[in-house]
Design a protein around this ligand. Structure first.
Ligand code: SAM
Ligand code: SF4
Length: 353
């Protein structure tokens, strides 16, 4: 499935092969997408279920759980990872839904971490089920753990997630004790909801030795989650922070995501994920997603998906699965469609955050 570059497309970068006529050839290019980005990061959703009900992710009525047989088994996911490694993927992150609601998630992570060629393994979790599992997950080879925390106020945490703040804080404490090389806290910015928590979250993260990242609200799951009233751009968060402490660009690149990092006058590092307002947001995107029901989704903000599960279960062997991977990378959109009246098609938990 050759993909020809359009007019004005820059020449292929080092290592991105061209077809016989000199044009970009996605098949030959392997892990290079049509925008010349090297794609070597696979984000794997292992479940579409969650114990929390975050208002921006799983609004009421949006719990379209998949049947068990629709969800990839751990064996299937591990076989996909082995193939992905052979194709050149090196970075993996396990997410959901809430990955820790799936039984034997710790053992699965251990098996994933043991696959030769998996250089970087991360986990995204809401932290509430983490405390008893943190040691096991660290021992499994998970280096980087991202925990969602939008507020430090118990009442507001309950309103936002329908769960207990204390269990999340216990998860963070356990992650610290387990000694993950990278511990990040993620907060979604919402005007009138948690904007009073910006500075408290910064100070809390610093005390925990964690990097805090502020994420702009995105129109995933349903259109209602993002309104003119509740959207708070990262620029405005930065202005508010500067009223209290200085903020200077930090010459660091942490992890593989699109966050831009700053150092505060109080010594902490903060990342800003301006998915909606940063026009360069997609330029360095290096990932595709594997959904819990076995589809490859090359971009969170585009409905394009490729059915890997059918290929996996077809009995046609690895070549069929590889074909799906290459097709997905070959058609990875240059940028997301969130600014173009994007209408979400399925919940964030189904896609994998
Ligand atoms: N359950 C885990 C968690 O909460 O971290 C992993 C999955 S969750 C879908 C991954 C990330 O997506 C979380 O940091 C969450 O805050 C973020 N997220 C969910 N819905 C979002 C939205 N509408 N806009 C921006 N971020 C969102
Ligand atoms: Fe669950 Fe994470 Fe979505 Fe919240 S953001 S509902 S914790 S999957």
């Amino acid at each position: 499935m050759g993909q020809t570059a359009g007019p004005g497309t820059p020449a292929p970068g080092a290592g991105a092969p061209a077809g016989p006529d000199g044009t970009f050839d996605a098949v030959a290019a392997g892990l290079y997408d049509p925008s010349r980005r090297r794609v070597d990061y696979l984000r794997i959703s292992i479940t579409d279920r969650c114990n929390e009900r975050c208002v921006y992710c799983m609004p009421q009525g949006l719990q379209d759980w998949k049947e068990r047989e629709e969800i990839l088994t751990f064996e299937e996911i591990l076989s996909v990872v082995r193939l992905a490694v052979r194709l050149g993927f090196r970075k993996f992150r396990v997410t959901g839904g809430e990955p820790l609601v799936r039984r034997d998630a710790g053992d699965f992570l251990r098996r994933l971490g043991a696959i030769e060629g998996v250089q970087s393994l991360g986990l995204s979790t809401n932290g509430t089920l983490l405390a008893p599992l943190a040691e096991e997950i660290r021992a499994a080879g998970v280096q980087s753990i991202n925990i969602s925390l939008d507020t430090l106020e118990a009442e507001s945490y309950r309103r936002l997630t329908r769960w207990d703040l204390s269990s999340c804080l216990e998860g963070i404490a356990a992650a610290r004790r387990a000694g993950f090389p990278s511990l990040k806290l993620n907060a979604v910015l919402m005007r009138g909801v948690n904007d009073g928590q910006i500075v408290p979250l910064i100070r809390f993260a610093r005390e925990q030795g964690a990097v805090l990242r502020f994420i702009e609200l995105m129109p995933v799951s349903s259109l209602e989650v993002l309104t003119r009233e509740n959207f708070l751009p990262v620029e405005e968060a930065m202005t508010r922070i500067r009223e209290v402490m200085s903020l200077e660009p930090a010459e660091v690149r942490l992890g593989h995501g699109p966050a831009i990092y700053y150092r505060t006058g109080e010594g902490g590092i903060i990342g800003f994920i301006g998915a909606m307002t940063n026009l360069h947001f997609c330029e360095s995107c290096n990932k595709v997603r594997l959904t819990a029901d076995g589809r490859i989704r090359p971009c969170l903000g585009s409905h394009l998906e490729f059915d890997l599960r059918t290929a996996l279960r077809s009995g046609q062997g690895e070549a069929a699965v590889e074909e799906v991977f290459r097709a997905a990378i070959g058609l990875k959109p240059a940028e997301h469609e969130f600014r173009d009246q994007y209408r979400p098609g399925r919940s964030m938990t189904a896609i994998g955050g």
